[in-house]
Design a protein around this ligand. Structure first.
Ligand SMILES: Cc1ncc(COP(=O)(O)O)c(C=O)c1O
Length: 497
């Protein structure tokens, strides 16, 4: 067979000072040795902060920006080349690469029925996503397969989504207190698709988007990729600072505000009704679009499920609220079914805008989703007590075995946002891998690189009985010190959910 290789054009270039800033952010201010430098660059590549096929700075330039010797950078680049994470031509520059066949470790090896347990015995605490409700999924797939022949004589392209599913999603909004018509709904390939679509339709490159800090990393990445500029406002253990949100809306004049008011990822915070009303009023005055991410809204553990944010909108501002959601947390991320709720004119524009990317979401998956929507209350009735038990088991095990760590028990959502008391998250993540546990350091959730190094996000999507073991492994990693896993990959996948 002919040797077919893709020749990539390498037209992006990363400056020495920018890479140094990213690297030292990840290393919490330490001056890295060559192994740590190679690991940091590999980690930045794997989590998308340094794009693939980007020209790395000249060795001398990076050495001077980092305050290390040129030999350190030469050795780090050699290591990256040897492991397939960089390539270069003789006499030319070095660029980022991925080794042949490289796949994200955390999506390859889930044990059946258990999110977060991997085939090699590693506990995966990096992904905040539950496993599918297997029986209900099986039934829905069988029912959808039986219905598919009725769609077969049609072309099967539905840029807005199949009418039955649009109607079911609209009905659920209506039942939750926000009267909605099917033509206000667009079916998307997950909430992530919905977020990217809305950002790129409503925002023009260079415009600002108000974001929570920390926030959901894939939304932050989508904002960067759309050429938009983040205007971060903090979310702390006390929740949102409404006055700061209001002044940012007024002073930074963002085009869009991206908010996750229900069990925010990663903090788990729930925005108060009064805060929602104030934000809606200010957004009306400043003409800012509110992109409200309700992906986690169903995971209400200790409180009644919050009504849709847009249901509080006074007359005249409702059209400015664009809501996204999905079945990923109530059911399963593997379905890739999400939606946008907005004014019908905007829905038409979004449908036209999605055509050049994917034309439409697959009909079979939409039929599966339609059946699952019919039984959503029953699925949640089973799912929520299990998540509550896992959250409480996690909190109890960590209180016993990691008594220095602090957190607020969130009233819902899928994770604890843990304060480690010191900026050690990246080095702890490296050490933890050597002890058979994957964790996600807080910096992945920061709107600015290198921040939130004193935080960890730990999901409670594993079975309750696994948390004693997870805590024991983390305690051992903590005791072994940050250098214990020298040579291990400081990042363990390409993405975070
Ligand atoms: C806040 C938030 N928004 C969006 C998503 C993406 O959801 P989906 O799987 O529906 O694309 C997630 C998934 O973790 C999330 O936590």
């Amino acid at each position: 067979m002919a040797d077919v290789r893709v020749v990539h054009s390498v037209d992006r270039r990363l400056g020495g000072s920018r890479l140094a800033e990213l690297v030292t952010g990840a290393a919490a201010g330490e001056r890295p040795g060559y192994r740590a430098l190679a690991q940091a660059i590999r980690a930045l590549l794997l989590d998308g902060r340094v794009p693939l096929h980007t020209r790395l700075p000249a060795e001398r330039e990076l050495a001077s920006a980092l305050g290390v010797s040129r030999a350190t950078v030469t050795a780090a680049y050699d290591l990256l080349r040897d492991s397939g994470f960089a390539a270069s031509r003789r006499g030319a520059s070095t660029w980022t690469e991925l080794p042949e066949g490289r796949r994200p470790a955390n999506v390859t090896a889930f044990a059946p029925g258990m999110a977060g347990g991997t085939a090699d015995g590693t506990l995966d605490l990096a992904i905040a996503a539950p496993a599918a409700p297997a029986a209900e999924l099986g039934d829905a797939v069988a029912a959808a397969a039986a219905q598919l022949p009725a769609h077969a004589p049609t072309a099967g392209y539905h840029p807005y989504g199949i009418p039955e599913l649009r109607e079911a999603v609209a009905e659920r909004f209506t039942r939750r207190g926000l009267p909605t018509l099917p033509d206000q709904i667009l079916i998307t390939t997950g909430a992530q698709h919905a977020i990217s679509l809305v950002l790129s339709l409503l925002g023009r490159p260079g415009e600002r988007v108000l974001v929570e800090n920390p926030s959901y990393p894939n939304a932050l990445d989508a904002i960067r990729r759309a050429g938009l500029r983040a205007a971060p406002v903090p979310v702390t253990d006390a929740g949102w600072d409404t006055a700061l949100i209001e002044s940012t809306l007024r002073q930074a004049a963002p085009r869009i505000a991206y908010l996750v008011p229900d069990f925010q990822n990663p903090t788990g915070a729930l925005m108060e009704r009064e805060q929602r009303v104030r934000i809606l009023e200010t957004a009306r005055a400043t003409g800012t679009w509110l992109l409200i991410d309700e992906t986690i809204a169903d995971i209400a553990l200790d409180v009644p499920p919050p009504p849709p944010f847009a249901s509080l909108a006074p007359h005249g501002v409702a059209e400015q609220v664009v809501t996204v959601g999905s079945l990923s947390k109530s059911h399963w991320g593997g379905l890739r079914i999400g939606w946008v709720r907005a004014g019908s004119r905007l829905i038409t524009e979004l449908a036209m805008a999605r055509v050049p990317t994917d034309i439409a979401t697959p009909v079979l998956e939409q039929l599966v989703a339609l059946h699952l929507m019919g039984g959503i209350d029953e699925v949640l009735r089973e799912r929520l007590p299990r998540l509550r038990a896992s959250r409480d088991a996690l909190a109890a095990a960590f209180t016993r075995q990691l008594p220095e760590w602090r957190w607020q028990l969130p009233p819902g959502g899928l994770s604890l946002w843990i304060d480690l008391g010191a900026p050690i998250a990246s080095s702890l993540a490296r050490a933890a891998l050597g002890h058979g546990v994957r964790i996600e350091g807080g910096s992945r959730f920061g709107a600015d690189p290198g921040t939130h190094e004193h935080r960890l996000r730990i999901p409670f999507t594993l079975a309750p009985e696994l948390y004693e073991e997870a805590a024991a492994r983390l305690a051992a990693a903590l005791a072994s010190g940050p250098d214990a896993a020298d040579g291990a990959d400081p990042r363990h996948g390409d993405w975070v959910a």
